[in-house]
Design a protein around this ligand. Structure first.
Ligand SMILES: Nc1nc2c(ncn2[C@@H]2O[C@H](COP(=O)(O)OP(=O)(O)OP(=O)(O)O)[C@@H](O)[C@H]2O)c(=O)[nH]1
Ligand SMILES: [Mg+2]
Length: 300
């Protein structure tokens, strides 16, 4: 329960605004309109919002309907929409040994922090992660990952400055079998989606890893900054076209009023949400649960 309260708390900025549109409102012909506006403001996609508003109107609530009932109705509808995008990424299902996971995204989205959180999760569930500092552009980036590796006590392969990221990725797969690591987490340099040279390098990493294991990388995870809400859609477009994406992790949901953006993301791209980031510490990454998310969004 404490676990859910943390999620609920993280979504407060979003849920309070949605709540305002429901609590104490008369159920008349304008009733759905205000809720519709609040959901739009929270970055829930327009198509989904219209569908939800229609359902609210058709539901024909009576004057006796409580605020809680309206919220519950919306939460149930949202939960149903998002169920297909839950994933079993955190249910301990590493299907390859080593499982090679590439973490991609633009600068500052939360890649490195998220890798630390994932590694901590796998370590706790009995696995042996290898972190790969393939962000060889910035020395500070390597230091940051090293800090986490020490803190969690997991292995790390450091890229020397200006070393080719793809060759480092190649080495890491070999090193994993030497060290008996069963999950390889590759941290990449933050890529602005308009830097095509960096995107090419990412593509090369993917190609090179395949030389050792045809099925690798087994998961490509795009990390998105939750603070920018739907504005992250163009990032998805670019990475999806150029690299491919198996799952998305949305970070920084603890500080945003655009917490509804996960709904517009799935509505548009139909890609699974692996997890959500709700803080800066290691246990602040939660597997994505449609029902928890829906309840948190409505403040239930
Ligand atoms: N509040 C909050 N902060 C987060 C979360 N995830 C990451 N951060 C913070 O966001 C900042 C950037 O995170 P990084 O992990 O360095 O991001 P990055 O994508 O690796 O950045 P580059 O390496 O520069 O591309 C750091 O200060 C993190 O502590 C989150 O879920 N919540
Ligand atoms: Mg980083």
């Amino acid at each position: 329960m404490e676990f859910f309260n943390k999620i609920k708390d993280a979504f407060k900025k979003t849920s309070e605004k949605i709540s305002l549109s429901i609590v104490g409102k008369k159920i008349d012909e304008n009733f759905a309109q205000e809720i519709e506006d609040a959901l739009i403001m929270a970055d829930v996609g327009v198509k989904t919002v219209s569908a939800l508003a229609k359902k609210l109107t058709n539901r024909k609530f009576s004057k006796e309907t409580t605020d809680q009932e309206v919220k519950q109705f919306l939460a149930d509808e949202i939960c149903e929409l998002l169920k297909p995008y839950e994933s079993n990424f955190f249910r301990d299902n590493l299907s390859h040994n080593p499982e090679i996971i590439l973490i991609i995204g633009v600068n500052g989205g939360g890649k490195t922090t998220t890798i630390a959180k994932i590694a901590s999760f796998f370590k706790t569930s009995g696995h042996s992660p290898l972190l790969v500092a393939a962000d060889t552009f910035r020395a500070a980036a390597v230091e940051q990952l090293k800090y986490w590796a020490e803190k969690i006590s997991v292995n790390i392969l450091e890229g020397k400055e200006k070393v080719d990221a793809a060759s480092l990725a190649y080495d890491s797969v070999k090193l994993a079998s030497v060290l008996n690591c069963d999950v390889v987490l590759i941290d990449t340099a933050g890529r602005m989606q308009n830097r095509s040279d960096l995107l090419d390098e990412l593509e090369k990493m993917k190609r090179v890893v395949k030389k050792l294991d045809e099925s690798a990388p087994h998961k490509i995870i795009l990390v998105l900054d939750g603070l920018i809400g739907q504005a992250s859609h163009n990032q998805v477009d670019v990475f999806l076209n150029k690299i491919g994406i198996d799952g998305i992790i949305v970070t920084k949901l603890d500080g945003t009023a655009k917490g509804g953006a996960i709904i517009s993301l799935t509505e548009k791209y139909r890609i699974p949400i692996f997890a959500i980031g709700i803080g800066e510490s290691l246990d602040d990454l939660k597997p994505f649960s449609a029902s928890e998310y829906a309840r948190a969004l409505l403040g239930l």
